[in-house]
Design a binder for this molecule. Structure first.
Ligand code: SME
Length: 163
């Protein structure tokens, strides 16, 4: 399936999301296993955008536990309200961090990570966070509302295939 994806050669993020989102929806529609789907979504996003690290953390009890990801080894457990990921879980809202060194409590999995976006994934009620998508960039200030809106929309559409 992956070889059938069309990834435009452009730096225009809005265009990339517009082209990729329907393809990602189609990709996960074919598979019911959430781990397989998280793995493929992480792969597509990293390949298309060239992000430094893309992955999922799932809510397991009172912690986030590392799920499928693309990139270097990451910390496997994050507490509620801890770091950018734990904050996105606690606040149930997308967190954009332009400079990770300026974020109090940022959990540094790699010193190469400079900015970060974390988007929560909700259960079917739309109220409870069941996982987060974490994307790290090796460039400062690499994420904007364009990323937030597009990733939130994508995860709303495919969230039920990731849990
Ligand atoms: N920086 C994240 C931890 C996860 S790694 O970046 C993959 C955080 O502060 O929550």
């Amino acid at each position: 399936m992956a070889e059938q994806l069309t990834i435009p050669q452009t730096d225009d993020r809005a265009e990339l999301y517009a082209t990729l989102s329907p393809q990602i929806e189609a990709l996960v529609a074919l598979e019911s296993d959430p781990v397989a789907n998280m793995a493929n979504v992480a792969s597509v996003l990293r390949e298309a955008f060239g992000f430094f690290w893309v992955g999922f953390y799932r809510v397991v009890g009172n912690e986030l536990v590392l799920g499928p990801f693309q990139g270097s080894v990451a910390c496997s457990r994050i507490g509620y309200g801890k770091g950018v990921c734990g904050t996105a879980w606690k606040k149930a809202s997308t967190q954009i961090v332009a400079d990770v060194d300026a974020f109090p409590g940022h959990i540094a999995c790699s010193s190469a990570s400079r900015s970060e976006i974390v988007v929560p994934i909700f259960d079917r009620s739309g109220k409870t966070v069941v996982a987060v998508l974490d994307i790290d960039s090796d460039r400062l200030n690499d994420f904007s509302e364009i990323d937030a809106v597009n990733l939130e929309n994508l995860l709303k559409k495919i969230g039920n295939r990731l849990q």
